[in-house]
Design a protein around this ligand. Structure first.
Ligand code: PXP
Length: 241
């Protein structure tokens, strides 16, 4: 069986840069290094408030990157316009609240399905692969299929949190496992992401059928200590099991 792909999210290189308003560390440099050391794609989240990645980063990374660029974006007119302008290979639609520290939960597909359906249809015309960031539940997976998303990305924040706190993960693990096989059975490609560390990646790698993992915060943080090359190597080794 083929190993899952690793998408490296470099948002937090921009967070560090923006903390001082300097030009370094450069998200482009991080993207190119991650590419060199085996990342299968690069993920960036262009937030409405531009708190980390800026439009200029998107422009530069899109221009220089050879592996697929995965743009995470909120389902808004502004973001649709930007994605049509830059044509990343992949788009992952995520919910966004200004006050949150990070993407705190999955999309509310029941409430937003008409708008998201339109966005998916428009992106598909440009051959952009679409993914929806959702909680592991069957109801949302059915809606994702109905509105013709290519993939779903399961929010792994809850299980990673429980795992970090050494709490029981069994019930959340089963929920994810069930969601992955249900989605695969109805023809959706499944990805996973949020809060993943080396240790929680080991746990999640036991779930068969996840084709792509998108990992950012821990990976960028750990790279300070062991370097981005070894960090990517270690994640790829864990996920290949
Ligand atoms: N996948 C999606 C859809 C996300 O929104 C994020 C966070 O931006 C990630 C993956 C990566 O999460 P983390 O930075 O916690 O690894």
């Amino acid at each position: 069986m083929k190993s899952p792909r690793l998408g490296v999210n470099i948002d937090h290189v921009a967070t560090i840069r923006n903390a001082r308003g300097e030009k370094y560390p450069s998200p482009l440099r991080a993207a190119l290094l991650a590419q060199k050391f085996g990342a299968n794609s690069i993920t960036i989240h262009l937030r409405e408030d531009r708190r980390h990645i800026k439009d200029q980063d998107l422009r530069e990374i899109k221009k220089k990157l050879k592996i697929p660029l995965n743009l995470e974006m909120a389902p808004t007119k502004e973001m649709l316009k930007i994605s049509l302008k830059y044509e990343p290979r992949y788009v992952c639609i995520v919910p966004e609240k200004r006050s949150e520290i990070t993407t705190e939960g999955g999309l509310n597909l029941k409430k937003n399905s008409n708008l998201i359906k339109k966005i998916i249809k428009t992106l598909k015309k440009k051959k952009i692969r679409t993914s929806l960031f959702i909680e592991p539940n069957i109801k949302d997976i059915k809606i994702a299929k109905k509105i013709q998303a290519d993939c779903i990305e399961i929010h792994t924040g809850k299980i990673c949190n429980l795992h970090n706190k050494k709490k029981r993960t069994k019930s959340e693990f089963k929920k994810i496992q069930k969601s992955v096989s249900f989605a695969n059975n109805i023809g959706l490609e499944v990805h996973a992401g949020h809060g993943i560390t080396f240790s929680s990646a080991k746990l999640l790698s036991k779930i068969r059928g996840i084709k792509e993992f998108n990992i950012g915060h821990f990976l960028i943080g750990e790279s300070i200590f062991i370097g981005i090359k070894d960090c990517i190597k270690e994640f790829k080794k864990i996920l290949a099991k």
